[in-house]
Structure formats: C-alpha cells, structure tokens
Design a protein around this ligand. Structure first.
Ligand code: BDP
Length: 599
C-alpha cells in the first residue's frame, strides 16, 4: 500500500492501539549499537516515556545535552486478526530514525517534525508478542532541516551546535500508533472550496489503493446530510453554506467511504471540514473574500520538563491566553507542530501560518546575533551540501503539506525562517521549492517565508517568491536598543519607506518583533530587559507599523519564554515571551490585549 499520513481514527473498518507509555532507551555514543545487534534487544536500557523530549527529564548535563545515536525499544501484543494491514505510525522522531520490527529493518525516516508510517504486516507475529526497536540520531548538519553542526569536546563527547535559537529537543517526541486498516483503504483526500453567493461548491479528490467506488458525504453540526457524491473525484454542493470564520469556527463532517458492488463499506474515514477560502489580493489577505488582519504570535512547542512533547492541557492554556489577548493567528515557528494543535485551531477559528523546519540556513552558532544583527552573510547557499539540503527541504515541505492541507486553520505555508537571501544563489535555491509547494497544495494557499534583518528591499532576492512578504525585525532590540530607541524608530521608518515601493501590490506582515524581558524586572524609567521597556518597544513598533497600509499582520516574538542552548545572549532561554514559560502574563500582554481588542 502507498503511505498515508491521515490522522489515526477508530470505526468499524479501521482502528488503532496506542503504543505510548514507558519504553526502554539506551545511549549509543560509540555508534556501535547496530554492529552489536541492539535491534535484538537493548543490553543496558533505562526507562523513558514516549512521547517526550528526553533532555529535561535528566539531572545529568551529559544526558540532557546528549548528541549522537540512541535507541528505543518496546514490546506489544498483537491479536490474531490478520484480515487487515498493520501500520506503525510515528507522529515524529527527531531528527532521523531506523526502525526495526522483530529485529528486521522496517524503514528509515529523515526529518524530525512530521509523521511517517511503515506497513509492518509482513514483519509482525499475529497472536503473539512483538518488539519494536528504533535507532534515533539527533545530530545537526548542513543538509539537515533544521541546520546546524555538532561540537566534539575535548573529552570526546558531542553536543549539538544549532544554527538556530531554540533547544535541540529530540527523541520520540510525538505519539506512536499501531493502526489496523483494511487491505483496500483510503490513503488521502483533499478538498477545495469555491463560494458562489451564499452557497459553496467543494471539489474533492480521494486517493485509495484499490478500484472500488468512493462515496463522499457531508454532514452539518446537527448531523444532517447536506451533500453527497460518488467517485474518487467529485463535487459537494452546499446551499446556504455556514462559513468557517476567524474566531467563529463552524465545522462540517466529511465522511469518505470505499464501498463494494453490493454497497458494503470496505473502508471509512471521517474528517472535519471548514468551508472557507483564502487568498491574497492587492495589499490584502482575504478570508472568505473579506480582509483579515493577522494578530498574534510566533510560538514554540516548548514547556518545562516535557520539552517539545504535545500536552493537551498546555495547548488548551495557550489557546486561552491567546484568546484573552484577542489574538487570531500564530505561526508554527520553526517547524510543523503536533497535529492536535491544528485540530484545536480548526475548532477555535484560529489562523495558522504553517512553517517548515528550514531554519538556521546560515553558518553561525549565534545566528540571531552574530550573523543576523551583524548582517554578514556566510555564502551558505554556495556550498556543496546544498543539493542534499534542498532535497530534504523539499521532502519536509511535501510531508507538511500532505499532512496539514485539510485544516481550515492553515491559511499559509512558510517555507523558510531567516535564511541568507542577499545573493542570487539563495533565489536559485528557493525558487524550485516555492514552485513545488504551489504545485502540491490543492488549495494554492499563499506562500511566505520570514526574512532576516539584512534582507532589505535593495539586497533581498527572495521576497518576490512570496505571496505575503514576512519580516522579522528587531528595531529597538538588536538594533538601537534602550536610549537609542528614537534612532531605532527612524531606521525602522526608513526601511518601511523602501518596502512601500515594493509592496504596492502585496501584503506584508511581521512574523517577528520583540524584546527580551525578564519577568521579575521592573524599572522606572525603563531599562532594557525590564517589563517597562518591553511595553515601550512595542509602542514604538506599533506606531511605525500603523503608518503603512500594506502592513496586514503583526505576530509578536514570542508567545512565551522558551528554552535555548546556553550562551551569553540567553538567560536560561529566550525571554522575549509575552507570557512566561509557565504561561503567566508579563505587562506587555495587557498592552497587546488592549491593542488587539481595537484592531
Ligand atoms: C530570530 C529567529 C528566532 C529567534 C529570534 C530572537 O528567527 O528564532 O529566537 O530571532 O533572537 O532571529 O529572539
């Protein structure tokens, strides 16, 4: 069967068991686990929760910062029903994994933020116990997405040297499912909505791995059938369609079935569907044909102890905090998040800019400071590694779009964060990736990418690829902070005047702007790092932005304080949060709440 990234579900045709729980784990610093056949059983394992980022569970520094190969192992019992295929699904393993089932290699996956599935029907013992072993590697290099390198220390141990500003959390960070799906099954589907007055026409396409007939049915919230159609391709016409709107979500249920000649159901997949359109026109972003201004945050999947693991309570708190500040949007900086985030955003009517993990595309261990604010470029896109990097980047885009394309919340895809874009090779690198994303997204959503400080209109080569121009800017922080705030404002206005010449027919949004702020610091008059300064910083930035009509959105950096690698630029992490790491508001949260209630 072909690979299917559909989210697991249970009904009369298909089901799953969760393999989440306490697994066994062992570090393999010498990289000799395979030679020693660790796939037959780990010699000296310890217990490790799955899913979780392993780092913050440990009390020893070498373990928290471990970089290299490491192994996981679990056992599960499988009943003797062999009428359906057995599919092993990992929500994500960071950054790459070799998977063995009962000692036999089942597959490999590169890329730490998207799911992958392996058909293990031929490898399992029905009516018996089975073992899954996984060799994981969390090293960064210049062909991996995200980019970085590895530092080997004087005593031989290795640590990650990311070219980006967040901790290199890794491991089996998302849920593991064992799916049972029919021999002939639904692999994927997509829909595209057209609005005609009060009505909607939804064209759909369903991929299966067989030849039987497909039926598509659409139900409203009261479980009333509002449309149906036969065929793998078809149209669903909805009279007086209830639209999915910002912070006012309405979700229909789309039920897809494969049926045999007698009308018996072979496979069934139920999904949520929001009827909405998204496009850019002139300087505006249009949702259902009406302009929408993006208000919200760049985020991270990041929390105490669990690292990047998804947790419903933390996510629910995040949505509550975002709603409390009257936000309507967030960017999944700097990688696709767990699928549950998108399901919750669909329900909440939140808009998502979905970002591929293309971050750290410049050769620097302090990209946010050394290369970023310094404005030097490192000729990153001229290296020999670029072909392989581009290939991994393309795969990451493909997996993100396949996985996320059916969420009404996803209004744009971001294909990069702060690469060097100041020379033609960068454009040559990105152009085919933008073409590819445009080709594979059935909805042809707007594409964007977050531009670094030195990607100014006179030097940048990639804004022309974007439907929405997106800027990360730190006037008043990395550039002219504290007493120099008036200079920052002048420089910011000067740059915006230049963008005004380019943006006569394109919307521009801010994907990052922010100031590190220590939650316990207050100072009158203000100093940098104190809460008073964070407010003054934002007031200045908003003053400038409101002068330019092509500015169509403001996503502040960051929703909450988050963990980074150690260094003199970071106080146990990045403190640009509007909320603390445990989700309590800093003063700036009240400023945003007021501003966004009026915008
Ligand atoms: C930008 C990066 C982001 C950093 C931020 C910062 O896109 O990942 O965390 O700056 O310095 O360069 O806070």
């Amino acid at each position: 069967m072909k690979q299917s990234l559909l989210y697991p579900c249970t009904n009369a045709c298909r089901n799953f068991i969760s393999l989440d729980g306490l697994w066994k784990m062992q570090f393999d610093p010498e990289g000799t686990g395979s030679e020693q056949n660790w796939q037959n059983g780990l010699p000296e394992p310890f217990s490790m929760p799955v899913p979780a980022s392993f780092a913050d569970i440990f009390t020893e520094k070498e373990k928290r910062d471990y970089c290299g190969d490491f192994w996981y192992e679990t056992k599960f019992y499988l009943d003797d029903d062999d009428s359906r295929n057995v599919i092993l699904r990992f929500g994500s393993i960071t950054h790459r994994a070799d998977v063995y089932v009962n000692s036999i290699k089942a597959g490999y996956h590169e890329g730490g933020f998207t799911p992958f599935v392996l058909d293990i029907t031929g490898l399992v013992h029905f009516g018996n116990k089975n073992r899954i072993s996984v060799r994981v590697n969390n090293e960064l290099n210049e062909t991996s997405i995200p980019c970085g390198s590895v530092k080997t220390h004087i005593d031989g141990h290795k640590t990650a040297a990311p070219y980006f500003d967040f901790f290199n959390y890794s491991g089996i960070q998302r849920s593991v499912h064992l799916l049972r799906v029919p021999k002939e099954s639904i692999i994927d589907y997509d829909t595209v909505t057209k609005l005609e007055g009060n009505d909607a026409v939804i064209s759909y396409h369903v991929t299966t791995d067989g030849d039987h007939e497909v039926i598509a049915e659409l139900f409203d919230c009261e479980h009333q059938k509002v449309a149906s159609s036969k065929g793998k391709d078809g149209e669903l016409s909805v009279k007086d369609a209830h639209l999915w709107k910002v912070r006012d979500a309405y979700l229909y249920s789309l039920v897809l079935q494969i049926v045999d000649e007698e009308g018996n159901t072979i496979d069934k997949y139920p999904a949520k569907l929001g009827i909405r359109t998204i496009e850019t026109k002139g300087k505006e972003i249009l949702l259902n044909g009406k302009p929408v201004y993006l208000k919200g945050y760049g985020k991270h999947e990041d929390f105490e102890v669990i690292g990047r693991q998804f947790n419903y309570a933390v996510a629910a708190r995040d949505f509550e905090c975002m709603k409390w500040t009257n936000a309507n949007c967030f960017r999944t900086s700097h990688y696709p998040y767990a699928e549950e985030w998108y399901q919750m955003a669909d329900e909440e009517g939140f808009l998502i800019i979905d970002e591929v993990p293309a971050v750290g595309m410049m050769r620097s261990l302090m990209n946010f400071a050394a290369a970023g604010a310094g404005g030097k470029d490192t000729r990153f896109f001229m290296a020999d590694t670029v072909k392989e990097l581009q290939n991994n980047h393309r795969n990451a885009i493909e997996e993100m779009i396949i996985r996320d394309k059916n969420h009404p919340s996803v209004i744009a895809f971001s294909l990069f964060n702060e690469p060097e874009t100041t020379y033609p090779e960068a454009h040559d690198y990105f152009r085919p990736l933008f073409d590819f994303a445009r080709q594979i997204d059935p909805e042809k959503r707007p594409l964007t990418g977050a531009l670094l400080v030195n990607s100014t209109p006179d030097k940048d080569t990639c804004a022309s690829l974007c439907d929405i121009i997106a800027l990360n800017r730190y006037y008043g922080w990395y550039i002219a902070g504290g007493p120099d705030l008036p200079e920052a404002e002048a420089a910011f206005r000067k740059e915006m005047d230049e963008w005004a010449k380019v943006c006569d027919n394109k919307p521009l949004i801010f994907t990052e702007f922010g100031a590190d702020t220590y939650a316990s610091e207050h100072k009158l008059p203000s100093v940098m790092w104190a809460q008073e300064y964070q407010n003054e910083y934002y007031e200045m930035n908003f003053r400038v932005m409101s002068c330019y009509d092509f500015v169509q959105g403001e996503l502040v950096w960051n929703f909450a304080d988050f963990q980074t690698t150690e260094g003199i630029m970071r106080v146990n992490g990045n403190k640009k949060g509007i909320f603390t790491r445990n989700r309590q508001p800093k003063d700036a949260a009240y400023l945003l709440k007021k501003r966004w209630s009026e915008k």
